[in-house]
Design a protein around this ligand. Structure first.
Ligand SMILES: Cc1cc2nc3c(=O)[nH]c(=O)nc-3n(C[C@H](O)[C@H](O)[C@H](O)COP(=O)(O)O)c2cc1C
Length: 210
């Protein structure tokens, strides 16, 4: 089952979900993925995301396994890419589904959508696995900077929402958290792409605020 990819029943696992629209145009975004039974998956995209729209029209996706903060960063916030769109060279054909996969992922879980519900602001998208493959990874040491950078990316996506909703106080609270992670990243991983991710996030937030 899905346990061998690191799924813990009921826990939210973070992946980059790649999808395509009706014309085959690829997209990818970080999404929390859960599995209660270690056979089927649930993705909970906000109704206003391209990911949700694509899941509805093309009924499939690839759940890409990665711990690379840079991939989370460029897929969460498309505007940081040249021309504001993800480069096509990021994507590859999948084995069984028409959604693309991410070339640089460490593993791929290809899924078909079997049920969609809308609850509040989110779609509840139930998926069945049609193909899965993961690289065997050598043992790797833990760097706090990598996880701090990914946490900062998710906070930044929420800053954007908060500002859009006029919730300046929440935006400032989240920016404070990102600055905490920036200080941590600078202490443990100065000069790395982790620091570049956080600097990029703080610059974006400055721009959003105008
Ligand atoms: C680690 C992480 C987890 C996320 N999980 C979700 C999620 O479960 N649902 C969601 O709608 N957005 C989630 N987001 C935010 C989306 O990735 C973000 O809004 C993105 O811009 C959506 O892109 P899209 O419109 O191309 O689908 C997450 C972001 C990060 C960094």
């Amino acid at each position: 089952g899905l346990a061998k990819y690191g799924f813990i029943p009921g826990a939210v696992m973070e992946a980059v979900v790649s999808t395509c629209d009706e014309d085959g145009r690829p997209n990818a975004a970080p999404m929390g993925v859960t599995s209660g039974d270690l056979r089927t998956l649930i993705i909970r995209p906000y109704l206003n995301t391209t990911t949700y729209r694509n899941l509805k029209v093309s009924r499939c996706a690839v759940v890409n396994i990665t711990l690379d903060p840079w991939l989370f960063y460029i897929t969460a916030l498309k505007e940081v890419n040249p021309e504001g769109v993800l480069p096509l060279k990021l994507f590859d054909k999948a084995e069984k589904v028409k959604a693309p996969r991410l070339k640089d992922a460490q593993g791929f879980i290809e899924v078909n959508v079997i049920d969609i519900k809308e609850v509040g602001k989110r779609g509840i998208v139930k998926c069945e696995v049609v193909y899965a493959k993961a690289k065997r990874m050598p043992a790797r040491l833990y760097c706090r900077g990598a996880y701090a950078a990914i946490e900062a990316v998710i906070h930044a996506t929420r800053v954007k929402e908060a500002l859009a909703a006029g919730n300046v106080e929440e935006a400032m609270r989240l920016e404070g958290l990102i600055k905490y992670y920036r200080d941590l990243v600078r202490r443990v991983s100065r000069g790395t792409t982790y620091e570049a991710v956080i600097e990029g996030l703080l610059n974006l937030i400055k721009r959003w605020r105008g």
